[in-house]
Design a protein around this ligand. Sequence first.
Ligand code: PLP
Length: 260
Amino acid sequence: MTIAGSDSGGGAGIQADMRTFALLGVHACVAVTAVTVQNTTGVTGFQEISPDIVAAQMRSVVPDIEVSAVKTGMLASDPIITAIAETAPDLGIGRDADVPLVVDPVCASMHGDALLATEALGALKELLFPLATVVTPNLDEVRLLTGIDVVDAASQRQAAVALHALGPQWALVKGGHLRGSDLSPDLLYDGDSFLEFPARRIDTAHDHGAGDTLAAAITAALAHGYPLPDAIAFAKSWVTRGLAAAYPLGAGHGPVNPLW
Ligand code: PLP
């Protein structure tokens, strides 16, 4: 299941999640949190779905379809995050429950358009992170969540420790936005040891939806029963391949293009 926002351009959000789930042999069900107005050049507006309807979508689907893994993407507001965090435990979703929860703390688009209200950062950290099996911030999100500016391997470790202290079982600090390196290492921390996932940096303007696709591929692999580190290794190679095959679309940034 994906709990996320719709991208009218079809590159990121729910559309990227559903594409990834389908390509990886997983049935996608959805709780829509917001409908964005966007194309390849940016987001020009969005309408939130009422928190009750977000929670009701979860309550309708999870017991019926026997959901095996859940991810969150764009959550838009504090009341939506609160509704999800109140509903998830009842449905057996979360790090200490049966259904793993991947929290991709989406804050803004690559163009800098806000996808989460600033005042909702507290709810994300205090209510949702403690339920997460893994959180998957990029470096901009790490800065917003922890105040740490990741510039090298040492600050990436420091950020992973700070994120883990917020309560998730694992913290993944994605290195994709780390400039000045040929590699794009992601760092995973479980409170005890660090695991590094190196990958070749793919230089492309067409990387729209890369973060969503990574989190969706992790979720699909968890649904297939992979242990988390294996799910991340798989998802990382999936996105790297998707970046290498990305194509221009519209006047802005085209989408990652995994496997087709
Ligand atoms: N739109 C929606 C609905 C999203 O969920 C996301 C990312 O999570 C984006 C846009 C941003 O995608 P990008 O970072 O590729 O601009």
